[in-house]
Design a protein around this ligand. Structure first.
Ligand SMILES: Nc1ncnc2c1ncn2[C@@H]1O[C@H](COP(=O)(O)OP(=O)(O)OP(=O)(O)O)[C@@H](O)[C@H]1O
Length: 507
């Protein structure tokens, strides 16, 4: 259970917060003084603190500093009354997580404490880059024994102590966030703050304000000054996830920050100095984006002080078996089950499957299978149907489902119905992956493997098409060879398909 320490001398706030957060799974421990808070920290070991800015025995700021001396990564959210914003801003500059005003908006509070707990987890739960952690060890295991993963671990060890920006690249679900946490935890700034921002999750205005802060009145809704993550995180590390999704405006501001470690808040004139290390991650083809003018190449070079490339799950050989064991052990604990192994038929399917969603998909498939299974062994029937369907589709060729007689089986509605009947928990992702694979295969077949023409028809860039082909593991030569209409007159086009296929294989 997540533990929240509330420090406020107003007992009405105790009742309110308790009522709001216990439903969200928080154990709320309320005290009224700084002294009681410091004592509770020893026994309770809270995940987050909610601290009134004015306390009977000292100021909230003084209490904050003493709390942080005891636990430098503990997120502290301030509660402020009217007229105390300046003190709250001061606290943010010292590393406070955020603040809420009285009367407290309980929905906002719940969202904030959830984010604070997630942020603490990123900074403090150790990432063990060894084999599987023993169940009693606390932490997240970063499983990997294959050569490519050993290179990743070595790279983390080499670059973590240097104060240079690190760019982590890899398809979705390959473990980029785990790498970012490991770089931070093994770095010289491990005692400093670690904040993560997902650049794809916010609009341009909100992202700009989240990163750089804003002055009161700088845009509609900016009712007061706000401190941004770069200011809040001085002396620490910031993780910019999905960095390829930043707009040109935000890109130029981040570039200046990287060059000068200086910036202005949105709507402000004061130049603020900071000292942050940037770790960024993306699954996008930044080189292609630079060529297309979508990403600044000077920013790309600055972010890319050192690159760590994560292999796809398919490239990890027997690591997949280790990951099956690892997640079975974790899921046994989470679901209080005692599944001991995987039957040969299920293992065969799991080893043959392409895993477009990488480790995250593997985790979700095993969970779905465990929920289906009642005994101590996972069998093929417990796996989601799309795993065996993807394999039979691969053997019979992607155009097989266009044949007469198969139309009912492959109609989108019936496919959705089949999945719905199994009470899925990732139908959106599964269906999109299925649809995208079929769409791309069909169009590539139509263009006889010509990727430029396929990209034009699809209305996407060639780089984006190439990324999708790679992430769905589509073999262009196989798609083209299935086309009955390919004849000898198409030889030059086939050559291009071959060249494209090689390009996919080597990028
Ligand atoms: N090698 C690994 N060992 C154990 N768990 C892993 C490994 N790689 C990834 N995971 C787990 O898989 C899930 C997805 O990993 P993560 O969020 O780091 O991927 P990501 O590359 O950042 O994905 P995205 O690009 O979609 O944000 C997480 O639960 C993570 O703990």
């Amino acid at each position: 259970m997540k533990k929240l320490l509330l420090v406020d001398d107003d007992r009405a706030v105790h009742v309110l917060v308790n009522r709001a957060l216990e439903n969200a799974g928080f154990d709320v421990h309320a005290v009224t003084t700084k002294q009681a808070a410091l004592e509770a920290m020893e026994t309770l070991r809270p995940d987050v603190v909610l601290l009134d800015i004015i306390l009977p025995d000292c100021s909230g700021l003084e209490a904050f500093q003493q709390i942080r001396q005891r636990d430098s990564h503990l997120p502290v959210i301030f509660i402020t009354g009217s007229g105390t914003s300046d003190t709250a801003i001061e606290a943010m500059k010292l590393g406070g997580f955020d603040y809420v005003h009285k009367p407290i908006d309980l929905d906002q509070l719940e969202a904030l404490v959830e984010r604070a707990v997630a942020s603490r987890r990123l900074a403090t739960v150790p990432v063990g880059m060894r084999d599987i952690l023993e169940p009693e060890e606390k932490g997240d295991a970063f499983v990997g024994r294959c050569a490519a993963m050993q290179e990743v671990f070595k790279a983390i060890g080499r670059v973590a102590p240097q104060n240079i920006p690190v760019l982590i690249r890899g398809e979705s679900g390959t473990g980029k966030e785990l790498v970012a946490r490991a770089v931070f935890q093994h770095g010289a700034r491990a005692d400093g703050p670690f904040l993560a921002v997902n650049c794809a999750a916010l609009s341009e205005t909100l992202l700009e304000s989240e990163l750089f802060g804003h002055e009161k009145g700088s845009f509609t809704g900016a009712h007061e000054r706000r401190i941004g993550k770069f200011e809040q995180c001085s002396g620490g590390t910031i993780f910019l996830d999905e960095v390829g999704d930043m707009t040109p405006l935000v890109q130029s501001k981040v570039l200046r920050l990287l060059q000068e470690q200086k910036f202005e808040r949105v709507g402000g004139n004061e130049t603020i100095s900071t000292d942050v290390r940037i770790i960024s991650a993306t699954n996008r083809d930044l080189e292609e984006m630079c060529e297309e003018g979508e990403f600044r190449s000077d920013l790309f070079y600055r972010l890319n002080g050192f690159t760590i490339n994560l292999p796809t799950l398919n490239e990890r050989g027997d690591d997949r078996v280790m990951l099956f064991q690892h997640f079975l052990a974790l899921l046994n604990r989470e679901l209080t089950r005692e599944v001991e192994g995987i039957a040969p038929d299920a293992l065969h399917l799991l080893m043959e499957y392409d895993w477009p969603g990488n480790v995250r998909e593997l985790q979700s498939v095993l969970k779905q299978a465990m929920l289906q299974a009642s005994g101590s062994v996972l069998m093929a029937v417990h796996l989601p149907d799309y795993i065996s369907e993807a394999l039979s589709e691969r053997t019979s060729g992607p155009n097989a489902h266009g044949k007469a007689g198969d139309s009912e089986r492959w109609s989108i509605t019936s496919l959705i119905d089949q999945h719905l009947a199994k009470n899925p928990d990732n139908l959106y992702g599964d269906m999109l992956a299925w649809l995208e694979t079929n769409l791309l295969s069909r169009v590539l077949q139509h263009t006889k493997g010509n990727q430029s023409e396929a990209a034009r028809l699809l209305g996407i860039t060639r780089g984006s098409l190439r990324n999708k082909i790679r992430s769905h593991n589509i073999s262009i030569s196989q798609v083209v060879s299935l086309n009955d209409e390919v004849d000898s007159a198409d030889a030059p086009v086939e050559e291009e398909a071959e060249q494209d296929a090689n390009e996919v294989a080597t990028t």
